[in-house]
Structure formats: C-alpha cells, structure tokens
Design a protein. Structure first.
Length: 386
C-alpha cells in the first residue's frame, strides 16, 4: 500500500472515530436532558432552597397534559396587589399588561387608573382592576433553543440568561426549557434562582428546531405559575422545522392565555444562508444566521411584549443588554382588568388602550383577548388541544 492510500485509510478511521464519539456524547447528554422531563417528587419538608412546583411531565398536547400540577398560593406576609377572587371568577374577566413609553424611549411610571381608557371592540369599558407593576412578582418561563446551529452561541446565551435570572424579583418563580426537535424541561417552577442558573450547564446543541411546539408547551406550563402576571422568554437563532403545531395555533393559545412572549433572535432575519459542512449530526447542511424574525415579532406584537434581534452572532454584550431590558420592562408596566359586556358570546375581542393626557406616548398592549364564553368553555389544555 503506497503512502497516499495509507493516509486515506488513516483519515477515514479518524473521521469514523470522530463521528462515533460525537454521537455517543450527544446521546448521553440528550438522555440526561430526557431524564429531567420526569423530575422526582420531593416532599415539601425535604425541599432545599426555594419552593419548587412539582411537574410530573412536560405538558403534552396529546394528553392535555398538566391537570395534576398543583397551584401554589402566594406566601403569607407578601404585600401584593391582586384582583379579588370574586372578580376573577366572573364570566368575561380578563387582564392586560400595558407598557407606556415616551418620545425619548423611557418608561412612563406613576400613572393612575383614571389616566387610562380601555376599549373592547371599540366600546369603552370600565377598568375593574388596576396595578402598577413596580414590585409585582412574575411567573417566568425561559425557553432556550439548543438546535445544532446554536452550538457556537450557547456560551453567550448562558451568560445572558444568568444575568436575566439574577435581575429578577426574588419572588419570581421560574422554569427552564431547552428545545431542539422537542422541548426538555430542565428546571420546574422554582423561586430558587440559583437552581435555574445551575441547570444552564445542561444546555447542549443538537438537532432541529421545534419553536411552535415548545412555545405551546411553555404556555401550558407557565399558566400554572403562582402569580397572575406571566411571561415567556424565547432565545433562538433559527426557524421552525420540527413542530407538529403551526404559528396560527400558537397565536390562538397566546390570545387565550394572556402571557407576554418576549424573544431574542440571533442572526439575520428570515435569510437562508445554509452551507455544507460537518454539523452536530454529521456531514450535510448547516443552517447559519437565519432567524425567523417575522414569527417572533408576530408573537410579541400579539401579546404586548417585544422582540430583540441581534444581527451579529456572538455579540454577548448585546444579548446581556437585551435580557436586562426585558427584566426591567417587567417592572415598569401596568396591569388593567376588565369585564366583557357580553361574556356568554365568547370569541375574540379587539383591545385598545390609550392615555389621553399623553397623546404622543407609545402604548404597547396585546391586540386582543379570546373569551371562552359561558356556554362552551374551552378545554383545559387550550385551543387546538387534542
């Protein structure tokens, strides 16, 4: 065998060994993530750190999935402004999160209930509940894309999410999903924020991108948080290519649940810049710098949140700034509650909020609400559930 053939054989053996090691490592880490979708039940008197909401499984669309997750009431001695149970049980009651920004881009705080006008399908409605959210705790879900294209960005994402979690209100309860071809629950609801940060070490990039399925599972999960104000943070660099659900179904869930969906998109907007190379699953196409900004912005606009786009990959400072901005915004908002005039009808209602005394300020609020109606209430798992 001549020298060139020997080198070819050596190269083939080395390549095969690399593939074998890569697949073994990814299988091991995915198994570790999969095990975390079934966290053990810990008796309340044996828990360490913050209170953990025990989750038997990642919410499933086939099963309707999370009916067995217990709700946790606010702790005694906390000074909170919450709507009365009598009010929230009335048919047609809904809440809106409102963000006011002046012409200089600063949050407007200190407004009172009488400063706001609220319109449902063009008709003004009384504001039944009002709160400025300066110290209001939030139930937050963090959904991190771990598809193959995220591999060079996960280090930056871990750092940014760590700072985001550290900036949260100590009473905020938080859960953590990783997602690629499917979501993995890495940390159930907890007020032990260091536990969430510790789970970030389990993020590992491999596979495709199931954004829609993951956001729906995140919405199903976050509604079981202890606080009435709820938000999701989605960090992704890609476009959906693995979900069973679609964007319309995600919007339907979001309209019914009233959860803020913030997102950080990494890369160029809706640009396919795939190239051929060796990726996490072998030789083939590697998607680079293509984020579905349109989908992210639709979801944030529908829910009254905001999408942040990072054009430069690996810009850790910009990602940290965006996470800090989201954390701050959650403290600079208002909550308005209202009763629909004809709740028995159900269906979608357009929403508009304005502040007459500040006509040049920007008012950000979700576009509408979906009412279940009294005659045919929606299923527990939400619209489109099977």
């Amino acid at each position: 065998m001549n020298l060139s053939k020997r080198w070819l054989v050596v190269a083939i053996i080395a390549f095969a060994s690399y593939v074998s090691i890569s697949l073994s490592l990814s299988t091991s880490l995915l198994a570790q993530q999969s095990e975390l979708t079934l966290p053990p039940s810990v008796p309340r008197n044996q828990r360490q750190g913050g209170s953990v909401l025990e989750v038997p499984m990642v919410p499933g669309r086939q099963t309707g999935g999370t009916e067995n997750i217990p709700r946790i009431a606010p702790q005694q001695g906390q000074e909170l402004t919450l709507p009365s149970r009598q009010l929230t049980r009335q048919p047609g009651y809904s809440q809106l999160t409102v963000t006011i920004i002046d012409q200089q881009g600063r949050y407007v705080t200190g407004l009172q209930k009488g400063d706001f006008n609220l319109y449902i399908d063009g008709q003004q409605r009384p504001i039944e509940f009002f709160r400025q959210d300066l110290n209001t705790p939030v139930s937050v879900g963090i959904l991190v894309d771990t598809s193959g294209s995220m591999e060079p960005k996960l280090g930056q994402a871990r750092t940014a999410i760590t700072e985001f979690v550290n900036d949260l209100n100590p009473r905020d309860d938080v859960f953590l999903f990783a997602f690629s071809s499917q979501p993995f629950l890495l940390q159930p609801f907890t007020t032990d924020h260091q536990a969430v940060i510790g789970r970030l070490s389990l993020l590992y990039a491999q596979g495709e991108t199931a954004i829609f399925d993951t956001i729906i599972d995140g919405l199903l999960m976050v509604r079981h948080g202890r606080w009435d104000k709820k938000a999701l943070l989605v960090v992704t660099d890609g476009q959906d290519n693995a979900s069973a659900q679609n964007l319309q179904q995600v919007v339907a869930y979001a309209r019914q649940m009233g959860v803020l969906i913030y997102s950080i998109g990494i890369g160029n907007s809706n640009v396919d810049t795939s190239s051929i190379g060796f990726g996490p699953l072998g030789f083939g196409l590697i998607a680079q710098d293509a984020v579905d900004a349109r989908t992210l912005e639709i979801l944030s606009n529908e829910t009254g949140a905001k999408t942040y786009l990072l054009r430069t990959i690996g810009d850790g400072a910009a990602m940290r700034e965006d996470c800090a901005a989201i954390s701050r915004e959650l403290r600079e908002q208002y909550t308005l509650g209202f009763l629909a005039s004809d709740p028995g009808r159900g269906g979608y209602r357009n929403v508009r909020v304005d502040v007459p005394s500040r006509p040049y300020d920007k008012v950000r609020v979700r576009k509408g609400v979906e009412l279940a109606g009294t005659e045919s209430a929606s299923a527990e798992a939400g619209p489109g559930a099977r």
